[in-house]
Design a protein around this ligand. Structure first.
Ligand code: AP5
Ligand code: MG
Length: 192
């Protein structure tokens, strides 16, 4: 099974992906994590990535798809939780094509619905504990604006594909996960 997890920056995609991974044995593929580890290397590509993501700007579809394809082709996973990809409609089409070549598909796109004010506070709180360069007031504002323009249209895209499941992401992580667990368990039993 392949799951796409959608939501604003700070909606809880990473947090919930880890819980889904533990419960359902799927592999968590976070493009943000892939890019952050790539940027820690001392190469021209790493500096290019840094210059984009530290300011909340996307890297190219080409770069992201090559990273994702390399991950998927080397793994023998039962399925993935795609966290951070797709991030625009063009990436959704490229991902569908890639999965199609492997005879699979996106089975469900779970949107974590959380408002701007709440995610902003979560990211500012995280900034006190972790040191992500994109977790500051100005860059958060930019990331939220980019989300609206680039990523929000994916909601309609997945709705039209008949795979969208919207979940209230504004509870404790455990409560949010309980709602996700219901959706994924239902899909698993439909598959049997
Ligand atoms: P990415 O790493 O994907 O960042 P993001 O989408 O901005 O989201 P975050 O990771 O900040 O938040 P999250 O939703 O995972 O929430 P989390 O669980 O951490 O991407 C970073 C950058 O990389 C992008 O801006 C872009 O530049 C680039 N990039 C990535 N993918 C790309 C692509 N496909 N194409 C092009 N460029 C790409 O939770 C946030 C905080 O809230 C945590 O502190 C957590 O503990 C807390 N929290 C979580 N859940 C709850 C809850 N229920 N209640 C209270 N607190 C909670
Ligand atoms: Mg994340």
């Amino acid at each position: 099974m392949n799951i796409v997890i959608l939501g604003r920056p700070g909606a809880g995609k990473g947090t919930q992906s880890k819980l889904i991974e533990q419960r359902f044995g799927l592999s968590h593929l976070s493009t943000g994590d892939l890019l952050r580890s790539a940027k820690d290397q001392d190469t021209p590509l790493a500096r290019k990535i840094s210059a984009r993501i530290d300011r909340g700007n996307f890297v190219s579809d080409e770069l992201i798809m090559s990273l994702v394809e390399a991950e998927i082709r080397q793994g023998q996973q039962v399925g993935y939780i795609f966290d951070g990809i797709p991030r625009n409609v063009s990436q959704a089409k490229l991902l569908a094509h890639l999965l199609g070549e492997l005879s699979c598909q996106v089975d469900v796109a779970i949107e974590l619905c959380v408002d701007d004010k709440t995610v902003r506070q979560r990211l500012l709180d995280r900034a006190k504990l972790e040191h992500r360069k994109d977790d500051n007031d100005e860059t958060i504002t930019h990331r939220l604006a980019v989300y609206q323009v680039e990523t929000a249209p994916l909601i309609q895209h997945f709705q039209e594909a008949g795979v969208l499941s919207q979940i209230d992401g504004d509870g404790t992580p455990e409560r949010v996960f309980a709602a996700i667990e219901k959706v994924v368990s239902q899909l698993e039993s439909d598959d049997d």
